[in-house]
Design a protein around this ligand. Structure first.
Ligand code: HPA
Length: 276
């Protein structure tokens, strides 16, 4: 925590300002777009009516993401829902702030805490990941079933003993599988980054049963579970993990895979959001 600053109070203020700017009482569903998922925002926006589009640093507590491939907007949409006929207010964060950008950890979860404070009961966290499970292919979306926090850090401060069993909502995972049969599930490992892993590190993760590796998502899941918000985690496999192909890893490759898979991922996101 930064001095006397209370991150939850800053998130509550950001949530109030976001709802006022969008002209809504609350946000129903949040979506965080990881690297490579930004083009999917257009597919999602086309599925609804844009209520407001704000540079996220216009809201208290937000900083502009610095990683290439990340947007820096919050977009609030009204999306028609399937089933009960009611529409859903969806807030889309087009980028995220990572711990490797050198910020205090509360900043990395400020976006999702703002969504929670604005009333979101479910948040979809997307990311780009290296795939290391047998048979994984570039461009494949994978449902996260659990995670390993390899950073030895947490965004929580104080004696907040949050349950992490079923952190990735079994209900939401079942819903995604019903909507899009055939998706794989895997355990996601968060590494501190920003350097990619060594082949030896990937070998270690494989022994531990990890199928996806990345540098985000885990802190947001922890913060959302602390706020009792349901989490759905979706990774896009943008590359095979270090040492799998024998080729060096490259951030451009990650972004290109995202751009190529944008339509499919956007359509998947739109389907999920409309059915949440
Ligand atoms: N490792 C870590 N983070 C990543 C990777 C990777 O291979 N691909 C995309 N994000």
């Amino acid at each position: 925590m930064a001095g006397l600053l209370d991150p939850l109070a800053v998130a509550a203020e950001a949530a109030a300002q976001l709802c006022a700017a969008a002209g809504v009482e609350r946000i129903d569903v949040g979506v965080v777009l990881g690297s490579g998922w930004k083009p999917a925002a257009d597919e999602l926006a086309a599925a609804g009516e844009v209520l407001v589009r704000l540079a996220c640093d216009r809201l208290p507590g937000f900083v502009r993401p610095t990683a290439l491939g990340h947007g820096s907007e919050v977009v609030v949409l009204r999306v028609p829902a399937v089933g009960d006929g009611a529409s859903r207010v969806v807030a889309l964060l087009t980028g995220r702030t990572h711990a490797y950008e050198g910020v205090e950890l509360w900043r990395t979860v400020h976006g999702v805490r703002t969504l929670a404070a604005a009333g979101a009961r479910a948040v979809v966290l997307t990311n780009a990941a290296g795939g290391l499970a047998e048979g994984m292919r570039v461009g494949q979306p994978v449902v996260i079933c659990d995670h390993i926090n390899f950073t030895a850090r947490t965004p929580l401060v104080g004696a907040d003993f949050v349950n992490m069993v079923d952190a990735y909502s079994p209900r939401l995972r079942a819903l995604v599988h019903k909507l899009e049969p055939g998706l794989d599930e895997a355990v996601y490992a968060m590494m501190p980054g920003p350097q990619y892993e060594t082949p030896a590190e990937i070998g270690m993760l494989r022994v531990l049963g990890v199928g996806l590796v990345g540098m985000s998502t885990v802190y947001e899941t922890i913060a959302l579970r602390a706020a009792d918000v349901e989490v759905l985690g979706l990774s896009l496999v943008t590359n095979l993990a270090a040492g799998v192909t024998g080729e060096p890893l490259d951030h451009d490759e990650v972004l290109e895979a995202g751009a190529r898979a944008a339509r499919e991922c956007g359509a998947l996101l739109a389907k999920v959001v409309r059915n949440l």
